[in-house]
Design a protein around this ligand. Structure first.
Ligand SMILES: *Cc1c(COP(=O)(O)O)cnc(C)c1O
Length: 382
């Protein structure tokens, strides 16, 4: 018998209600029935991005497609941008920009550390012709969360666009499009939104349209102007991912019912319990103080082949956690706890980590992490 438990930083677990909504017989997308679903989903997305004035576009793509859309809609060849690079996803912003002939000023941050907003202030004072700043709310490759509110405060003072990869941040950490003055933010379906992969959500504030009008990078499918026109007719310009959008309607209903503030609080509480459980096992958090509520990145203990240990855990028990990527391969492991996650998921995840390490030669007392998690969850009320 095989049962699977995903504790990965995407894809994440999908509630059965959402899967059922996705499995409904297809309807045609040029109908009022679909338009009603589409309009409801768009409203639900505006709620999770905390925007009243902005618009949200839904692309059939993974999150990276949404990132590319941000670049091609706001910039032109030869433009200069600043990119916060503290991990693989910050690096992706830079790679996309460079692919289109946009000049990148890298803001290199040591892996596992958050960017200091003052550093951006200093850079923007020095480099007067920067058009946009690209940041990552939660750098999923390292487990770090950046302070987008303070970053937005700095960037706004320089009259520069702020474009945020909130692909894992959304629905986990607060992200206030309107209140913080973010110009564009991207999210993806398979992280905190409790959906399968396949949708990118791009939230565009009114303040971004001046740059969008001026941008001459090539684009066709990703064109925000086409998307905006479609939105006026409660649809997308090209065939939407009908089943996934229907499923999104259900997932967003669940978020609305819980209340976004409670969703943020739930993640904070569960992430706190995870970190305490990890520490109780004598392990160290890779991102220390900057650890996000999206996932917990942990330094791999010495003398253990973490990747084969993770593979063995998955093969034998169906529990999936992940290792590090590229430079961090073998050095860390990551436990995702975003989206459809509750107290007992954390207990299960920590018990799996214990088993995984124990059976691969790391000396721990079994149950020590689990009992700490229990203790934290019992004492730290919802
Ligand atoms: C997962 C992720 C992405 C990439 O999304 P894809 O859906 O794999 O294209 C980008 N940024 C962050 C922070 C992510 O976690």
């Amino acid at each position: 018998m095989k049962k699977t438990y995903l504790f990965t930083p995407g894809p994440t677990q999908v509630p059965p209600e959402v899967t059922l909504a996705e499995a409904k017989p297809l309807i045609h997308h040029r109908t009022s029935e679909f338009s009603n679903i589409f309009a409801k989903v768009t409203d639900g997305l505006k709620y999770i991005f905390q925007t009243k004035n902005g618009e949200v576009f839904i692309f059939a793509s993974s999150g990276t497609g949404g990132m590319e859309a941000c670049v091609v809609n706001t910039l032109s060849q030869g433009d200069k941008v600043a990119v916060v690079k503290g991990g693989k996803f910050g690096e992706r912003w830079a790679e996309i920009c460079e692919a289109y002939g946009v000049e990148v000023i890298p803001v290199d941050i040591e892996y596992g550390k958050a960017v200091k907003p003052d550093l951006l202030d200093y850079l923007l004072k020095k480099e007067r012709d920067v058009k946009a700043v690209f940041v990552t709310q939660c750098e999923t490759s390292t487990g770090v969360v950046d302070d987008i509110e303070r970053i937005a405060n700095v960037v706004k003072g320089h009259n520069v666009l702020l474009i945020v990869d909130a692909i894992t941040g959304i629905g986990v950490h607060p992200l206030m499009m309107d209140d913080w003055g973010i110009d564009i933010a991207v999210a993806g379906s398979q992280k905190g939104c409790m959906l399968p992969p396949g949708l990118a959500f791009v939230c565009v504030a009114q303040s971004a349209w001046d740059a969008i009008e001026k941008s001459i990078l090539p684009k066709y499918y990703w064109d925000f102007k086409k998307m905006r026109k479609g939105l006026g007719n409660k649809t997308t310009p090209f065939t939407p991912a009908i089943s996934l959008i229907t499923a999104a309607g259900k997932a967003l209903d669940m978020i609305k019912e819980e209340g976004i503030e409670n969703v943020w609080k739930r993640h904070a509480r569960l992430a706190h319990a995870t970190r305490e459980g990890i520490k109780a096992l004598g392990l160290e958090l890779f991102a220390g103080e900057a650890s996000s509520n999206v996932l917990t990145a942990v330094k791999s203990p010495e003398g253990i082949d973490i990747n084969s240990a993770i593979k063995r855990l998955r093969d034998e028990t169906g529990v999936t956690i992940t290792g590090g990527q590229e430079e961090l391969k073998g050095k860390i492991f990551r436990i995702g706890h975003m989206g459809y996650v509750n107290d007992f998921d954390i207990i299960l995840a920590i018990s799996a980590v214990e088993k995984c390490l124990y059976e691969n030669g790391y000396k721990i007392e079994l149950g020590k992490g689990v009992s700490k998690v229990q203790e934290v969850l019992v004492s730290c009320k919802k």
